[in-house]
Structures are given as structure tokens and as C-alpha cells.
Design a protein around this ligand. Sequence first.
Ligand code: C2O
Ligand code: CU
Ligand code: CU
Length: 578
Amino acid sequence: MTNKVNNNRRQFLQNSAFGAAALTAFPGMLFAQSSPLRTKPTPGFKADVEIEFISRDAYVPILKSGEETKVQKYYATLLKGPKKTLVELKGNYLGPIINYVKGQKVRIYYKNMMSEPSIIHWHGLHVPQDSDGHPMYTLEPGQSHIYEFEVMNNAGTSFYHSHSHNLTAEQVYSGLAGLITVTDDEEQKLDLPRGEYDLPFVIQDRTFNAQNQLQYLHGMHGKMTGFLGETILVNGLPNVEFSVKSRAYRFRAVNGSNSRIYKLGWDDGTPLTAIGTDAHLLPKPETRPYLMLAPGERIDLWLDFSGRSVGSELVMYSLPYEGAMPPMIEAKRLGKEAPAGMGMGGGMMGGGMMGMMSSGLGQGDKFPIATFKVTEKVSDSPKLPKSLGKFERLTERDVDNKNNPIPIGIDMKPMRPMLNGKSFSMNRVLDFEKVELGSIKKIKIFHDHGPMKMEEGEEMDKDMDMSGDKMNMGGGGGMGMMGGGMGGGMMFSMAHPIHLHGQQFQVLSREIEGMRQEEYKTVKDGFLDTGWKDTVLVMPGEEVVIAKPFQDYKGLFLYHCHNLEHEDLGMMRQFYIS
Ligand code: C2O
Ligand code: CU
Ligand code: CU
């Protein structure tokens, strides 16, 4: 692999709660092979669907006038299978929509035709390790890999995106993403909106320069809190207006943004109804005043325009909320005093924090996402079902480690976001990251605010590019201030959408502690924890306990923050299922 992928970051050995847990190198076999890539179809695997995928640079007309925008784009050709398997979104950087049916056997030939490494991950699909797009399968320019899997998922919405470590954020930003739907017999029995009434709703934010080209962040400052764009795109386009009939629709909302969290809600206060979350239908529809949608999450919305007159217009907003960003940034954004002990004036950290602020649209600001215009009156519409089918509720009784949950400690030490005190390492797992095949585990996701401590002789990674910067950690002033009062990580405490590969999980509990509970009130009614999830937003001060099955496939499965800047900075680990 090139240096770009395998950039040999030094581990930041930390004296955290997990420091004592042994790091185990992998059972050699997995890595002994010179390349894990599959270059020939497996003879015994009879595919129902075969797709050829490429990724390459492209120019697309995103903005109405002026130059086309340079993007990276997935192109796909259906070699075998039902015609509706691939639906192209015209004039767009998003890859085609892939429509699967549960039980289909799928073979995908992917060739990376870009000038940098890449690999595709099917976010939400429960597939074997060698078809999951683990970064160890990262393809050099010109290389290919064959994915082979059976669609095991029930009906629901997933998506696919690039997953080459250290390049994920910028490649997804540049366009490498697309929507996946799965249907099954159970869903077909329900009277849900279909065909032209079942639509994608992929929400992303981008920043364009005067030449219509995408601007991304470079350097450390913005990455610590994540990229926030100034222009909201829906299905790859700005200022989107949907013409709808006076009936019910299914809109498959996907947050494909790098780090922006949306609080979906109507301008007129009408509540929102959801029928599905990450890759599954809910047990029954849920109606809320607003719905939170963090990067990586999906919500299948039931938007009913029946009874609305022709000509009426509704605007879907991201409504204002608070508490997702570190306290100082929130204070600045809202024009408030910084909380005690976190003043802006003193200390180098204060100065550095200011450098992280993005101009324009802040995290939690209010803005419109899309307009829905009723253009036609119709009399028939599906009715919202009372129940959405079979659902197996997981409880503490189903897990085999009730009193000993696997920790996922969110560790936001400056300037190194980590999980369980460690950065991502391609070929290591901690003891508690080893899981027996077939088990269901209780996992506790929490904020691990230990004091900042560097091992002796350790230095910052070069790629952090901190030298001569305001964030210079060498100065005693900054460090002292962080150590004082609140504990190192608290100052950087922010919201993290935590995603686990493989099967979906269920949320058992959510608890909030500490000083950010007022802010929490602005988001708490928007969490949809009643169904299956694969990504869960963890707010500052929050502890989220989940139950996750580890069934069917052995191997390495990632878990990480889906704030893609955090992920690339190393806020990613993996389970080894054996
Ligand atoms: Cu959508 Cu591992 O990510
Ligand atoms: Cu994923
Ligand atoms: Cu994060």
C-alpha cells in the first residue's frame, strides 16, 4: 500500500481506563497473504445480480450557472439481474441507487479508476468481511476487487460510500456515495408508497468557490470539529423543490454529510412521521415534533400531503438546536458568554478553538433543506399502517455480558480523537474487541474524559501539522488550562455519531449527565431509538447502551465515529469476530 493509506501513524499510548488492556496483534494468517483482494469470481457462488462498479473523476453541473464541478463519482453497469436494480440520478455526483431484494446473491466487480486509493463500503448491509470494504481492501489506482454476498438485510434504506482510511472524508465529500434500498416479502405485503412515491432524500452540505468547485478543509483546525458546508444539497442538488401530489410519500432520508447533524422539521410545526431507521422498518410508525439525523443515519419518512390544497408549499428545515459542539464554539455561535473556566481570552487553546470555527452555517443553525409543493390533487393514498411487521425486541436478557459491557469510550483529547484510548490500527484489536461469533453483546458508549497525558518521548504525529500553529501543544499555558477544572477532554466535548459495521443493533438506554442538559432539551425528542440502528448519535454527557448481535460472519468489522473527519483522524477501531 502507498504511504497515503498506510501512513504509519504513531500510536498515542495513553494512560486511560483502557491503557491496561492488552493489545493483540492479529492472528498472522489474516495478514500473511500479500493481498486480500478477490480477483476471480468464486466458482460456487451463483449470483442473481452482477454489477460492474467504477469510481473516477467527473464533471457534473451541480450549480445552475457557471462551470461544472469536478467530483469523484461512482458509475455502475448492470451485468445481470432485474433492470430496476440500478437507477441513475441524472446530472449528479451521487452513484446510482441500488435496489436489492432480500435473498439475492450479489457479485460486484469494482475497479478504482481514480488516481488515489479507494474502496467501497456498503453501509448498513450485513455482509462478510471481504465484501464490507474494510480499509485493508483499499484499491490502488487501477486495481479491482470482487464483492460477493447475499442480501441478508430486511427491507430498509442503506447507502454506500468510500472507506479508504484517511481518505474517506474527502472522497465522500467529493461525491463517492450512493443510496441502497432493500425490499422483502414482509414489506411487499404492507401498503407503503411505492414507485414514484418512494423517493431518495440524501442530505449533504458542501462549500463551493467562485468557480463552482468544491472546497474542503485542510489542516487540523476544522477537522477537529468536522467539515460544515455552506450549501445544502438534496440528492446532489441545491435549492431542491419536490412537486408532490396530495397523498402519502416515502422519502428515504440519508445523512450523507461529513459532519453536519440535521434536526428535521416542517416550517409550520407539523410533526414528522418515520417508518424506518438505519436499514430496517420500525416496529410501528413514530411521530415526533422533529427528528435528529446524524451523519451515517437514515430515516424513512412518511410524508403525507393528503388534505393539502394544490399550490400549498411546505419547507423542510433543519431546526435550531444546541449542544453538539464544544462549549466555547457553542457560546460563540450563540453570542453567549463562554461557560466558566472556558473563557476565550486566555490560553492558547482558546485561540486555537477560534481557529476551528467555520464561518457561515454553524452546527445547530436553522436553515431550509427542501421545499415540497403540492401540484396535483389525487383522491387515493395509502393509509399509515398501524404496525410495520415482525420485530424482535432485544433486551438485557438477550446479551451474554450484562454486567460487563464492551466499552466504546469516546476520547476527544486534543488534537486526537480516539476510541477506547486508541487510534485506528489496521492489524490490532484489544482483548475486549474480540467477540465470539453468534453472540449478542451489550456495549456501552460513553465519553471518556480522562486527563490529557502523553507518554514520555512521544510527539505529535507529523500529519497533524501542529507546529508553529496556535494549537501548539508545546506551550505549557494551553495544556495547563486544559488540565484545569474540567478535565482534558471536556473542553472538546461534542456530539459523535457512532457507527458499528455488520448487523444493526438496538438502543437499550440513553442517559445524560453533567452540565449540558439544558442544551440537550433542544434535541432529545428527535432520537428514534425504537428500531434497529447502525449509527447512534451520542451527545456530550450522554451514555448510550446498545445490544448488538455478532452473527453469521467471522472477521474484522469496524466501529467508528461517522463524523468523517473524526474517522479519518483515527476515531475508529474494529471488532474481531471469531
Ligand atoms: Cu458509513 Cu464505516 O461507514
Ligand atoms: Cu458502515
Ligand atoms: Cu466523532
